[in-house]
Design a protein around this ligand. Sequence first.
Ligand code: HC9
Length: 517
Amino acid sequence: MARWSVRCSPAMLSAPWTDGLTALGVRSSTSMPEVRLLATESSSTVRPFNEIPGLWKNSLANLYNFWKLDGFRNLHRIMVQNFNTFGPIYREKVGYYESVNIINPEDAAILFKAEGRYPKRLKVEPWTSYRDYRNRKYGVLLKNGDDWKTNRVILNKEVISPKVVANFVPLLEDVGLDFVARVHKKIERSGQNKWTTDLSHELFKYALESVSSVLYGERLGLMHDYIDPDAQHFIDCITVMFKTTSPMLYIPPSLLRRLGAKLWRDHVAAWDGIFNQADRCIHNIYRQLRLETGTPKKYPGVLASLLMLDKLSIEDIKASITELMAGGVDTTSITLLWTLYELAKHPSLQEELRAEVAAARAESNGDMLEMLKRIPLVKGALKETLRFHPVAVSLQRYITEDIIIQNYHIPSGTLVQLGLYAMGRDPKVFARPEQYQPSRWLRTENHYFKSLGFGFGPRQCLGRRIAETEMQIFLIHMLENFKVEKQRHVEVRSTFELILLPEKPIILTLKPLQSSR
Ligand code: HC9
């Protein structure tokens, strides 16, 4: 076969994938001639763009089919179906949006290698439309080009670099301890020595409390019985915002706006609620900072750090802080819910993880930062959750150079999507994909371009380190305190509401460890 792949050294294979990126980035300029040569060598067999299989000729018929299949909620399953029908690459045009879809990790490597200096993903039109409509700035999630790069580089230092992540740990540990105390109280009050519930509401609060404490260096107080109604409203708005986004991926928001459609009005009201709450939090910190003099004794949070650094405009800072706050609630809480659900299904795995946490605690004298270095299986569990239940159904880039994937020529400028959900469930990529096996992330197996839950490269999720640390700390505390159980025989599938969510409530039972033996 004339197919070529990005060549990589063994060092790149064994390095964590972020390092793999650096290696790839550094190499890209030098390795390009080699790639071109390979492509020309096989040019006689390279097939043209127009021969890529798929339904891309009648976009309106496709939109209709999509709607009939309830595609707005089944996008992930439709993608799996398309890969089954057409193979590892297909073209598609639904409504006004056209793309090439791929599924293999090796092809993902080729895609990301062609993302260019200013990686660009699919534009979430309803989100930019809202900001245009209300005259608000785009944060780093929605920016592109040079403006994106400048903001992103500065934000990286305050949000994702290992040095600052150490500052987040004590803040997040406090929230974790409060969560555990709250669950103990609920168990006590039940009078049954256990608590059976749909944990999602508690997890939303945990996630918002966590991300806020990191951003603002202050607690919102969501681990109490009485919580600020504004905070609850913020949480509800995020859910509505995501839910109203997905249909507007296919129906232009500008049209809905002119029609005065309810969908658009609900979307605007949801973002208004999100921005108002974020503005309140931001102004509060901003005011405090102006009253204070000198350098703070303890870590003041991401927002205050950015304000003191004085490298971005206040409006730019506000826009990105709001995105981090809104992006950090449903994403992490749902991932934790899926993880608890899987642990409930696998009691022996739960014990294994518990043993790892106990050993890590003993070895690190309870120092959380040290503990986090000694829990590879817990980290594997989170990767495994994101493999089987990813937040994002796909990763996309507009490629900035011509590439060849599966022996098809794809011209520069094309929107190429990696089907992340489909890849995670493909038996050719993951052996026995239906089995939840955190240990698959430990083995010296090849993980090359397989762990992509937070995206890849310079455009990967900015909140990644906050999310990972927050989730790891949560699992440590939960495993140390409770046993998780579930009712027998309830399978829960995903539904697409821009992010993938459980289609129905997941009911879990938490029992205190000592008496559950
Ligand atoms: C949804 O076909 C499916 O934390 C579309 C393509 C697409 C584009 C952008 C993706 C989106 C999908 C899923 C949700 C993502 C989004 C980019 C950022 C967002 C991954 C795959 C995260 C959940 C962010 C949201 C932050 C926001 C609330 C400020």
